[in-house]
Write a protein that binds this ligand. Structure first.
Ligand SMILES: *Cc1c(COP(=O)(O)O)cnc(C)c1O
Length: 365
């Protein structure tokens, strides 16, 4: 978007002039493997449970929702405790319209500059800029990992109050160990800074969640979402696990009644059936390993992934030509702007097959 895009009569903020809105292409093709959604729709049972839960809410739609989403936050606390053996109560949980809103609230509530380890989730610097925060980036190593070296480089930035780590990382699929996260949290605590761990893909990973570190490191915030493993991207429900004082800061910056009663009801119903979703996650993890092996068999490079997507490269031509060739064959993947690579979401078995067949055609040896 050029500066001329905005007419002279529009008092657009100067720091927004050159920005483009977030825009993963939404192209209507048969095989959409570009936004890391769960390929399996909710079961009919689950759809009915969500409908019933929302129908009850409709009777009171003339009333504002529970501002503090108490029931939903309690249910999420139980879900996390069950998964991670923790002891959180509802006062350690915050909820919002997708974890992007959670991230925005974090930027709104806390002072200082923010820092991330890139390549990573493109929305972190974008939301930071929209809020008017400085964003500092530390490059990951050549395997897209973070080591002690990068942690020390990050801690050398004394003006930073918000350190972001995405694990498993989007778009690379790589994980960061709890040990390193704890080290960053200790260094950050010494200077009154926070560490935000974006765990949008945690359910697909074998690593334990960073929520298990919060009791020892109260400056650690863990952001999660129902958009990926929960197959609930359209429902828009993100949540935060953190010290109750941090949750109180979130309440300062939230808009009143920001989470509709329909969203709260739908999310509660989806959450009550969490166990039935487990089999989909297991299948996606298994298919991820299989797709990795198949891509390697095609002579491609694959970054080992703990998420529901793969970053792959080593093409016989440019990623742009591969991307377009796949699209011409009805398969949409993501060009994430990493030189030589593309990202593909693990789809249903049929979708993965179509992707592989199309890729074999466009990446001719
Ligand atoms: C998908 C994603 C999110 C957020 O999604 P919401 O739908 O807003 O919950 C957050 N962080 C990362 C790293 C993601 O990939």
């Amino acid at each position: 978007m050029s500066a001329k895009f905005w007419p002279d009569w529009l008092p657009i903020r100067p720091d927004l002039e050159g920005l483009s809105p977030y825009g993963a292409p939404q192209i209507d093709v048969p095989v959409r493997l570009n936004t890391n959604e769960n390929p399996f729709p909710l079961t009919e049972d689950l759809q009915n449970a969500v409908s019933e839960s929302m129908a009850v809410t409709l009777r009171e739609l003339n009333r504002y929702p529970d501002r503090d989403a108490y029931t939903l936050r309690s249910a999420l606390a139980q879900f996390i405790n069950h998964k991670s053996g923790t002891h959180f109560e509802s006062d350690s949980i915050w909820v919002a319209n997708g974890s992007n809103e959670i991230l925005q609230s974090i930027f709104l509530a806390f002072a200082g500059s923010a820092l991330g380890f890139e390549p990573s989730y493109s929305m972190h610097p974008l939301i930071a800029r929209v809020i008017g925060k400085d964003w500092i980036k530390i490059e990951r190593d050549d395997k897209f990992q973070i080591s002690k070296r990068e942690i020390n480089l990050a801690l050398a930035h004394s003006d930073v109050k918000l350190f972001f780590i995405t694990t498993p990382n989007n778009p690379t699929g790589t994980t960061t160990s709890l040990e390193l996260i704890a080290e960053l949290a200790t260094g950050a605590m010494d200077r009154g800074a926070l560490v935000v761990v974006d765990e949008a893909y945690a359910e697909f990973s074998a690593e334990p969640s960073a929520v298990t570190l919060i009791s020892k490191h109260p400056n650690l915030l863990v952001s999660r979402t129902m958009s990926k493993a929960f197959a609930f991207a359209g429902g828009r429900l993100g949540y935060l696990i953190a010290d109750p004082k941090i949750i109180q800061a979130m309440q300062l910056v939230r808009l009143p009644y920001h989470l509709s009663s329909l969203t709260q009801a739908a999310a509660l119903a989806a959450l009550s059936r969490a166990a039935t979703l487990e089999s989909d996650v297991i299948q996606i993890r298994r298919d991820r390993e299989q797709l990795t092996a198949e891509l390697i068999r095609l002579g491609l490079t694959v970054i080992p992934s703990d998420a529901n997507f793969l970053l792959f490269g080593g093409f016989t031509t440019t990623p742009e030509i591969i991307w377009k060739g796949l699209l011409d064959r009805g398969v949409l993947v993501r060009d994430v702007g990493i030189s030589g690579y593309l990202r593909v979401t693990i789809g249903s078995p049929a979708e993965n097959k179509e992707f592989l067949a199309a890729l074999g055609e466009v990446n001719r040896r």
